[in-house]
Design a protein. Structure first.
Length: 131
């Protein structure tokens, strides 16, 4: 069956199409917290998680919807091996710059995996079925 080279299925984000959208009421009064995070994408939510885990009170301020910005459309692969970036880093920053980026990317991957595991444990505790 000819399909003009198009891939099967709908062109949509799995994360956006498989989850309910969040609906939080707008802020109507000042709040006082230790840490205010602006933006509820993966960067903001990870920072908020870390701050909350260290015992700080946190508010995440999101202009639109949680995780519906770039993070809602990511392929979500954790890697420290973005070939295109290393080619550029080697040219512009030399081997040490490329090594530094690799070390930071690997650390970021480890931190993200730890955060995901902790979030899964938290969700399991709060799930009605414990699953
Ligand atoms: C198709 C695609 C595939 C990708 N694949 C990968 C991958 O496999 N691996 C990988 O590591 N990265 C990948 N990336 C990159 C990665 O998804 C992004 O770097 C990451 O999601 C950015 O997260 P963020 O939290 O910085 O931004 P966002 O997710 O965009 O979050 C920013 C949030 O801040 C809010 N905001 C902005 N301004 C304000 C304001 N003034 N007040 C309040 N809220 C505000 C926005 O509404 C938004 O919700 C991919 C990106 C795309 C597009």
């Amino acid at each position: 069956m000819p399909n003009n080279g198009a891939l099967p299925g709908a062109a949509e984000s799995y994360w956006m199409s498989s989850t309910d959208s969040t609906r939080f009421a707008p802020l109507t009064a000042d709040v006082t917290v230790d840490v205010a995070v602006v933006g509820g994408g993966i960067a903001g939510l990870s920072a908020a998680w870390e701050a909350a885990e260290s015992g700080r009170s946190v508010a995440v301020v999101e202009a639109d919807r949680i995780a519906a910005g770039v993070s809602g459309y990511t392929t979500a692969k954790l890697t420290a091996q973005h070939g295109l970036i290393y080619e550029r880093l080697l040219r512009t920053r030399g081997p040490q710059g490329a090594r530094t980026n690799a070390a930071r990317s690997a650390l970021g991957g480890r931190v993200t995996r730890t955060t995901i595991s902790a979030a899964q444990r938290l969700l399991a505790r709060h799930s009605p079925t414990g699953a």
